[in-house]
Design a protein around this ligand. Structure first.
Ligand code: PHE
Length: 345
């Protein structure tokens, strides 16, 4: 014989204490009550008792749900007096946020170049092919356009070409030259760095990411020569790694510089002394960046007369710089959100 009164008292108490009162409708006790109708002597009386019980439960659930909602949206009394001198709870070091290692290192790069007289500019995350190629002396159909594995978007620019995610920070060369061109007439140099994100549609591995950072450097004035380029980069790298370095310059090709170089530095870890060095694989040298003397067509595209002015430019992968500085073995850590990695910086 089922005691409806007992069951009701028990379930009402549970509803009143529950955070999810509606789940009580599914308890085994209640299912037993429903199933009991099969053996009931008087099915009509039994059915009526079940209905009474159900209504009582439904009403209690509605009351409890209203109570919970009210608790959730309890208004904050902003006029209540507060203790302005109450101590702010101290955070444990592990709870404090830090800036991302790349953000810290980009600030360091800007700071070092700043001390050498370079202004700093930001790039953009969507650009056009005019700045990616045209202003850099890659006319339409130039085979070197394919070297850059450029991500295209479905949006078109005014010429009907797809907008792109910039594959190098050199997209900013023309803008920087135009922005600071007046300084040439005033007898000063154009000197700017652009550290920012670039994107390449590449296969990923420990040394290749689809998203990474470069710092572009542009310097234009009267009488600029390759010795100034090499000295500037050497000075920057020695400051950055805090030690004397040897540099090596090999001929290379970029459409926007002539001559073009690939710039290598002696290993900032072993200095070429350790055949088992993980950073340089025992080679003693690390190919780090592309650079060269600004091509006359690039100056012309910025309305600068190449007969009067010359310049140098370089583009250096920041992730590479940082990986070497901290001996990070996999570039993908930098774009991951792994706290145990990030908290070391
Ligand atoms: N933009 C080139 C690259 O990403 C590097 C570079 C910059 C070379 C400036 C020369 C001058 O490969």
């Amino acid at each position: 014989m089922i005691d409806f009164q007992d069951i009701q008292t028990d379930l009402l108490a549970r509803i009143a204490a529950s955070d999810q009162p509606r789940t009580i409708l599914k308890t085994p006790e209640l299912r037993e009550v429903y199933a009991g109708i099969r053996n009931a002597e008087d099915k009509a009386v039994y059915g009526a008792q079940v209905n009474t019980l159900k209504s009582a439960l439904e009403a209690a659930i509605a009351t409890r749900e209203a109570e919970l909602t009210a608790a959730d949206i309890a208004p904050i009394d902003v006029t209540a007096p507060m203790d302005v001198n109450a101590p702010i709870p101290a955070l444990l070091p592990s709870e404090r946020g830090t800036t991302h290692p790349l953000t810290q290192e980009i600030a360091r790069v800007i700071e070092i170049f700043g001390r050498m007289g370079f202004a700093s500019e930001e790039s953009r995350e969507i650009d056009d092919q005019y700045h990616m190629f045209e202003t850099l002396n890659f006319p339409k159909g130039h085979p070197a356009r394919d070297d850059y594995d450029t991500f295209m978007t479905v949006e078109k620019d005014g010429d009907g070409d797809p907008l792109i995610a910039p594959a190098h920070t050199s997209t900013m060369q023309n803008r920087v030259m135009r922005k600071y061109r007046d300084q040439l007439e005033a007898g000063e140099a154009i000197a700017a760095v652009v550290p920012d994100r670039v994107f390449r549609n590449e296969d990923l591995d420990a040394r290749h990411e689809h998203t990474f950072y470069q710092v572009e450097g542009v310097y234009v004035a009267k009488g600029v020569h390759a010795g100034m380029l090499i000295a500037t980069l050497k000075e920057f790298l020695q400051e950055y790694y805090g030690r004397e370095l040897q540099v090596r310059v090999n001929p290379f090709y970029f459409p926007f510089t002539e001559p073009s170089f690939e710039f290598a530095l002696s290993c900032p870890f072993c200095g070429g002394e350790d055949p088992a060095c993980k950073v340089c694989s025992g080679e003693g040298w690390i190919e780090l960046l592309g650079c060269g003397m600004v091509h006359p067509n690039v100056l012309r595209a910025a309305d600068i007369d190449p007969n009067e002015y010359t310049g140098f430019a370089f583009g250096c992968g920041i992730d590479r710089l940082v990986m070497m500085k901290y001996q990070i073995e996999d570039i993908r850590h930098l774009e991951s959100a792994k706290l145990d990695f990030l908290e070391q910086f």
